[in-house]
Design a protein around this ligand. Structure first.
Ligand SMILES: NC(=O)c1ccc[n+]([C@@H]2O[C@H](COP(=O)([O-])OP(=O)(O)OC[C@H]3O[C@@H](n4cnc5c(N)ncnc54)[C@H](O)[C@@H]3O)[C@@H](O)[C@H]2O)c1
Length: 368
């Protein structure tokens, strides 16, 4: 079935930004996801043109809708590994941010074939297809999970040995290595950002991430089970990720190209116990069951000093601020429908892994 879109300009050529000195138009691949919901609006506010390309693998359609009101925004539905879709999405674009993937250890464990197809094969095809288009930055968003498990008294900087412990992190490491091997081969300037675990409010709010999940569960007075409370993890607010992406887009190319940056802040390294204690400052007296030996052995504290020394970048939002923000949203009834939209609010179950399947099943008519 073919339907006409009422506002074709919203879906086709990416509009130039009038009266703005920044003539940068950024394709955010995976922009409908949790972090993309913070990155797109931030860049639009800062005068960038933004287009999202997304396959909506969790059926999380409404993550896109708030952005459609902005004249600097456009959206393409589809798979980053499909050359025709990517070609269409890249029209008029100056820079690319890659957020897309099957994100997290649990979802890649549940769907190993889809994980390989997306996080290795489709991503590799995408990185190759970005060459020869005169792009400037290609920011690949990787993860601090790549450090896996490190000694109690160590913190991992960017030179630390990688020790990926899941299909998810293994694919990230392979992709980082591939991208960094392309010096002299590609005309774009790749930058790898190893993100800390995200927290904070965004349209596709994910409650399968520790800060968000613990805050909501304790707010609702659910009996929270905390596994391996002594283990460390770094955290970062989604708005700080958006600010960092802008910083990397605007930095002199020679300062960032073919380089790797941990993305987060030293102050936001927490043990799970530390997180629980912090949330309990707001919500005392909740029930918590402590368990040991979960199936997730990750334990890593990360050093984020390079962001500051090379880019002068500092995160602004503490975990405490993030917890308060989520509690405010919960108290004001903004997140009441989480249980009914479980797939929207967490990476638990796939709705689709290819655009073709959607067309054949016809739940998603083609836009002429
Ligand atoms: N959320 C975190 O805590 C965290 C931590 C470290 C790194 N990261 C990285 O940040 C990025 C974004 O994470 P997120 O939390 O927003 O995840 P998310 O799952 O909410 O978003 C990923 C997006 O990619 C899209 N996608 C998947 N396969 C696609 C394909 N083949 N073509 C086009 N789009 C596709 C999905 O539909 C989804 O919208 C990921 O690369 C992730 O590895 C996230």
């Amino acid at each position: 079935m073919t339907i006409n879109t009422p506002r074709p300009d919203r879906y086709s050529p990416l509009p130039a930004q009038p009266d703005r000195s920044l003539a940068r138009r950024v394709l955010v691949i995976g922009g409908a996801g949790y972090i993309g919901g913070a990155v797109g609006p931030y860049l639009l506010d800062r005068g960038f043109g933004v287009r999202d390309l997304d396959l909506l693998v969790y059926g999380h359609d409404t993550g896109i809708l708030p952005k459609l009101q902005n004249p600097g925004y456009s959206y393409v539905f589809g798979d980053m590994g499909d050359p025709a879709t990517l070609d269409k999405a890249l029209d008029g674009v100056t820079d690319v941010v890659i957020l897309a993937g099957l994100v997290g250890d649990p979802i890649t464990r549940s769907y190993p074939d889809a994980a390989r197809a997306i996080n290795d094969d489709a991503l590799r095809r995408c990185l190759d297809a970005l060459n020869g288009r005169g792009l400037d930055r290609v920011i690949f968003v990787s993860t601090c999970s790549n450090y896996g498990m490190i000694g109690e008294d160590e913190t991992a900087d960017e030179t630390f040995d990688l020790n990926p412990l899941s299909l998810y992190a293994e694919a990230k490491v392979r992709c980082e290595e591939y991208l960094l091997s392309l010096r002299g081969v590609v005309d774009y300037k790749p930058v790898v950002l190893r993100f800390a675990t995200a927290f904070g409010l965004a349209p596709r709010m994910r409650f399968d991430l520790t800060v968000n999940e613990f805050t909501r569960d304790l707010f609702l007075d659910k009996a929270l089970e905390v596994y391996d409370a002594h283990t460390w993890r770094p955290y970062c607010h989604v708005r700080d990720f958006a600010r960092l992406i802008e910083t990397v887009l605007l930095a002199p190319a020679e300062r960032v190209a073919f380089d790797v940056f941990n993305a987060g802040s030293n102050a936001n390294n927490y043990t799970k116990q530390g997180l629980v204690d912090l949330i309990q400052d707001f919500l005392p007296g909740r029930t918590i069951a402590y368990r040991e030996n979960s199936s997730d052995p990750r334990n890593y504290r990360v050093n984020f000093g390079k962001l500051n020394t090379v880019l002068g970048f500092e995160c602004r939002t503490s975990v405490r601020d993030g917890v308060e923000e989520i509690l405010w949203a919960l108290q004001n009834r903004l997140l009441d429908g989480v249980e009914e939209r479980r797939t929207f609010h967490g990476n638990y179950e796939l709705a689709r892994v290819s655009a073709r399947a959607a067309e054949e099943g016809d739940p998603c008519p083609t836009i002429a």
